[in-house]
Design a protein. Structure first.
Length: 123
């Protein structure tokens, strides 16, 4: 029963954080194409780890995390206003390079597809 509540709360937090990120005025956050990759909430709902990735790479994601840490109070207050939970978890932001990694894999697959089409037309 408790796992359903935690998963539902995790999804609610992710949805609301995505909306709140649009309102953050910090140039480190608003200037980068920042995306929330994953949200993990502890069983007692006291801590929430938010994994952030940027399209420009890991350096931009780390800059965005610095901006998000400085705006954590605002984000937490907004989260408390938007969600009806008794205790708003403490937010922990971490940078990840998953968007850059996915884009690199997509590029490699696209290049392989082009090479395969070239060899098919040569035969």
């Amino acid at each position: 029963m408790a796992s359903h509540k935690i998963s539902r709360t995790t999804e609610d937090i992710k949805r609301e954080l995505t909306a709140i990120l649009r309102d953050v005025k910090d140039p480190r956050v608003s200037g980068a194409f920042v995306s929330i990759i994953r949200v993990e909430v502890t069983n007692d709902l006291s801590y929430c780890t938010v994994y952030i990735s940027a399209l420009e790479g890991m350096a931009k994601a780390q800059e965005a995390v610095k901006g998000l840490k400085s705006a954590a109070g605002f984000i937490r207050r907004e989260l408390g206003l938007r969600l009806s939970i008794r205790h708003v978890p403490t937010l922990i932001f971490k940078a990840t390079d998953s968007i850059e990694y996915s884009a690199n894999i997509s590029k490699i697959l696209h290049d392989l597809d082009i090479k395969r089409e070239e060899t098919d037309t040569d035969e």
